[in-house]
Design a protein around this ligand. Sequence first.
Ligand SMILES: Cc1ncc(COP(=O)(O)O)c(C=O)c1O
Length: 359
Amino acid sequence: MLTGVSRVPLRRALADLPAYVPGARAAVGAAAYKLSSNENPYPPLPSVVAAIADAAVDVNRYPDMYATELTEAIAHRLAVVPASVVAGTGSVAVLGHVLTAVCEAGDQVVLPWRSFEAYPIAVTLAHAEQVRVPVLPDGRLDLPAMAAAVTDRTRVVLVCTPNNPTGPAVRDAELRDFLAAVPRDVLVVLDEAYVEFVRDAQAPDALALFAEHPNVVLLRTFSKAYGLAGLRVGYAVARPRLAAAIRTASTPFGVSHVAQLAALASLRAERELLVRVEAIVAERTRMLAGLHAQGWAVPDSQANFVWLALGDRTVTFAERCARAGVLVRPFAGDGVRVSVGEREATDIFLEVAQEHAPR
Ligand SMILES: Cc1ncc(COP(=O)(O)O)c(C=O)c1O
């Protein structure tokens, strides 16, 4: 029994924050395909499960606080120095640490909208102000407008590529123009959570841009292509001075021992995992082709999801999908994001899409 009501004042900014809405899950015992959280539909590889089991026997100990072996393996893989890599509890946590490391109260963070729903929350929690720049009707980021939104109060610009939930990736030429226009003391975060799914030949090589621009930071994750969403491992790639500041701002021991060993095993199994990524990309192509054949105008997704700008019909459509056995992610009044998962799930989704097709 609890007695009394807490009278401790809460931070006023929290009252205005939208809650992060997790993708719908199937009710216990109900069968449904979960296409609502951009997860990898494949279960972990046996070698990764074995690494997780091995790590389990050590969980009475704290993990290596700096995830040294994993950090070194990522650095080796990306051909950067280990001092440039900071691992954290998923890239969403790392984003929070990046903002905490650079933002003073009242600084502005320019971000595209609609984009990853965690951005407004992370910016507010970092005591900064968000400046939203609408994405273009084709789901692409409006990089010239984002550059124009930078003022002397701007500390960070978030570039989500591919953009969640609309799907397109930025192009190399436009990103180079953007970086040339942004002052060098403004941090540009390239959030590349879905980079392994990109097949657009004009997409940038973010590591090359990172090498050329000291104000560029990359965010990547093991949650999507590597299928470790449940273990929470992501990382930033930043110049060592900034990386050290991000580490200072990080939750101590944020990456568990189990997560560190699973991520290392995933890097070792990368070839096998990238075969799965290829299959997901092929399924995305099939999903997009099916939608185009039905007359839908959908953005050019370079990620593991597609976007239907359904406006007022969003919630009805998502409910119809759920009744048919696929859970999708509605953004009320705006559109529905559908993750690319199992083949059968695509078939069910396309049947529902056909019922609502423009022609
Ligand atoms: C654009 C983007 N960035 C970051 C993340 C966070 O991923 P995680 O915290 O699992 O690494 C997501 C997850 O959905 C995302 O869509």
